[in-house]
Design a protein around this ligand. Structure first.
Ligand SMILES: *Cc1c(COP(=O)(O)O)cnc(C)c1O
Length: 409
């Protein structure tokens, strides 16, 4: 333990991202390994929200749509996210939730190839993705959803395939698709992919343009630290922008929203993907969350994720042999969390939270830890694993109070 701590502190001294922790409010004595589910509060967000409420809303009232440039927020924040995902500034828009954006993009993409009946997705994908895809397939004539195991997916792309909905980094195991290779496979078959970047953006280096990606969605409240229920974003590659139209034709996506016309004409470019009025308080918190990446390049974030993962994995193998790692050990094959299988994962997770280490449980038997390089240290990892080892060695998780489940697990 002492040598592990010394080693970790040594890594922390050399860590170029260590000063970034000061950008976040983190409760004292808490080790937060759940930033892949809900990112922490950026300190800058507190003053910004106050200004947003008291001055921009309170004093500015409706004038703020122009005076505080609320109206440009969806595109402006999109431009900032574009840098993090390797997209052009005008290819990204902040709007709606991940679920809603999946619906919009899957339906619009499917409409582009009406003779192709197959929507593809992966068994065990995040459930909202499968639910939304099944609903999209049902409202479209002649469309069906095929859900396949990962091992069978690549071979399934064929002349019937219309659109595949794939999650780039798996929410449970952290397995990562090779975006360029899978996109090439889809393109060869004449199909398109909607990539879900919920567990990728702000965590792994992304090069959407370079990979040939055409459509994507991503989450604002996980690694982007945009706050609970933050709006999501979507990406539409430039060459598709004038060919796709959102099935949710709200006035904010109209070419002239303030002309109040009866007939719909989509706005040029990415703006057509807005449906209704953006939630400005949440937009502002998201903008602040995205700005917590200002001046930071994603390669350095990823380099630290790798050392955090390696340390976590090595210490668990040494001190917690009852846990089985289900995340890929090869860095290029995974995202930025580490997951373990354990029959009593729920109870273990609760016992850890009781000791000030927050990870999360994913049914039925996975305990998952988010490795977020902006505010975690290597020392945090040692302390978390040692706490977990103590709980396992003493079988503290048996305590009945750790088996009570809330509505959110
Ligand atoms: C977190 C997550 C979502 C969230 O969807 P919401 O509409 O924001 O609730 C969707 N898909 C994946 C893969 C996720 O990890």
């Amino acid at each position: 333990m002492t040598t592990d701590l010394t080693h970790a502190r040594d890594l922390d001294i050399k860590d170029p991202l260590a000063p970034m922790r000061a950008r976040f409010h983190l409760p004292e004595k808490l080790i937060y390994l759940d930033g892949n589910s809900l990112g922490p509060l950026p300190i800058a967000t507190v003053a910004r929200q106050k200004d947003m409420v008291a001055r921009q809303w309170g004093e500015g009232l409706i004038r703020s749509w122009n005076d505080a440039d609320w109206i440009d927020a969806p595109a402006r924040i999109g431009r900032k996210i574009a840098r993090l995902i390797g997209a052009k500034p005008h290819e990204v828009l902040v709007t709606d939730s991940v679920s809603v954006n999946i619906f919009k993009l899957v339906v619009a993409s499917a409409q582009l190839s009406p003779k192709r009946p197959q929507i593809l997705s992966e068994a065990g994908n995040f459930h909202t993705d499968l639910h939304i895809a099944s609903g999209a397939a049902e409202v479209m004539p002649n469309l069906r959803l095929d859900v396949l195991e990962r091992a069978d997916l690549l071979d399934a792309f064929g002349p019937e395939t219309n659109t595949a909905l794939l999650t780039h980094v798996h929410y449970k195991t952290a397995e990562r698709f090779d975006m360029a290779a899978v996109t090439a496979r889809a393109t060869d078959a004449g199909a398109r992919i909607v990539w879900d970047l919920s567990h990728s953006v702000g965590a792994v280096p992304l090069h959407l343009n370079q990979a040939g990606a055409e459509l994507a969605v991503g989450c604002g409240y996980k690694y982007l630290n945009g706050g609970p229920g933050a709006p999501a974003f979507l990406y539409v590659a430039e060459h598709l922008q004038e060919r796709l139209v959102s099935p949710l034709r709200g006035w904010f996506g109209h070419a002239r929203p303030f002309a109040f016309e009866d007939s719909y004409e989509p706005a040029p470019g990415i703006a057509r993907w807005q449906a209704g009025t953006p939630p400005m308080l949440s937009m502002d918190a998201l903008e602040s969350g995205v700005e917590s990446f200002d001046g930071i390049d994603m390669d350095s974030v990823w380099a630290k994720s790798v050392t955090l993962f390696d340390l976590f994995h090595r210490l668990v193998a040494k001190y917690c042999p009852a846990l089985t790692c289900v995340s890929p050990l090869e860095p290029a094959a995974r995202g930025s969390h580490i997951s373990f299988r354990f029959d009593h994962a729920f109870e273990l997770c609760q016992a850890l939270i009781d000791r000030g280490v927050i990870g999360d449980f994913r049914a039925p038997d996975i305990i998952r830890f988010g490795l977020t390089p902006l505010y975690l240290s290597h020392e945090d990892i040692v302390r978390a694993v040692v706490a977990m080892a103590k709980i396992l060695d003493s079988e503290l998780w048996h305590d009945p109070r750790f088996s009570q489940r809330g509505r959110v697990t």
